[in-house]
Ligand binder design. Structure first.
Ligand SMILES: [Zn+2]
Length: 82
């Protein structure tokens, strides 16, 4: 998962974090808490590993084909005061 250089700013300082990822496909959504990402400490660019995104995508389609149950449902929308 380690990146050599940030594509955006060229920095090689990264930190592994967990974030909430919202997968969307044709107006349907899957919210994935605790998605592992790498964040560039210099510019804040977030990098997702291809294997992670693939797994989220597979889960999304399994849920919408009723092959899997989601862990829970959340009500949308949510808006943070910014
Ligand atoms: Zn960067």
């Amino acid at each position: 998962m380690r990146k050599v250089r940030c594509n955006f700013c060229g920095s090689d300082h990264f930190e592994e974090r967990r974030t909430e990822y919202l997968y969307s496909h044709k107006g349907q959504y899957l919210l994935v808490p605790n998605t592992p990402v790498e964040v560039c400490l210099n510019c804040g660019m977030v990098y997702y590993e291809a294997a992670v995104l693939k797994r989220i995508e597979q889960r999304f389609f399994a849920i919408y084909r009723n092959e899997q149950e989601p862990d829970r449902y959340v009500q949308m929308p949510e808006a943070a005061y910014a």
